[in-house]
Design a binder for this molecule. Structure first.
Ligand SMILES: [Zn+2]
Length: 151
């Protein structure tokens, strides 16, 4: 279930994004108490999951060397099963950003990210402003975590 989002105004777009968040929260609240606690995969199951993508992250496609997450394809928070079939390997960073967004919400985020990236590369006034704010945000995040950068 995904669709193109063309809002008439910036406010309508903001409301659309907010509505998607509310839908996600409502879905999560409805399922609260019905979801089994997260379980770990056995080493054999993890090997099976990793083999599905030949050791690549299913989100970004990059090679996985070192730690990785077995990511629920149908999200745990939405009632996705604990079965090797429902997992794919993902970088921890990619998995943390993918979070439990719905397909609609994640597609909107991807499109926004690509658009912002282009604005920054073209050094538009808005792009440079966004880059400045983003870099300050990242420095602040990294400072809070006591690390220099994400991997
Ligand atoms: Zn990745």
């Amino acid at each position: 279930m995904s669709r193109e989002v063309i809002a008439a105004t910036p406010e309508a777009f903001a409301e659309f994004l907010h509505k998607l968040r509310l839908i996600r929260r409502r879905r999560k609240a409805e399922l609260r108490g019905t979801i089994a606690p997260r379980q770990s995969l056995s080493p054999a199951e993890r090997k099976e999951v990793s083999r599905k993508t030949a050791g690549r992250c299913h989100i970004c496609g990059g090679a996985i060397d070192g730690k990785w997450h077995a990511d629920h394809v149908f999200s745990h928070s939405a009632g996705g099963a604990h079965a090797a079939d429902n997992y794919l390997p993902a970088h921890a960073l990619c998995n943390n950003y993918r979070w439990d967004y719905s397909a609609d919400e994640f597609q909107a985020i991807l499109k926004l990210g690509v658009w912002v990236r282009t604005e920054i590369e073209h050094k538009s006034t808005l792009g440079l402003k966004l880059a400045d704010r983003y870099l300050a945000h990242e420095r602040s995040r990294n400072g809070r975590r006591g690390e220099s950068a994400d991997e």
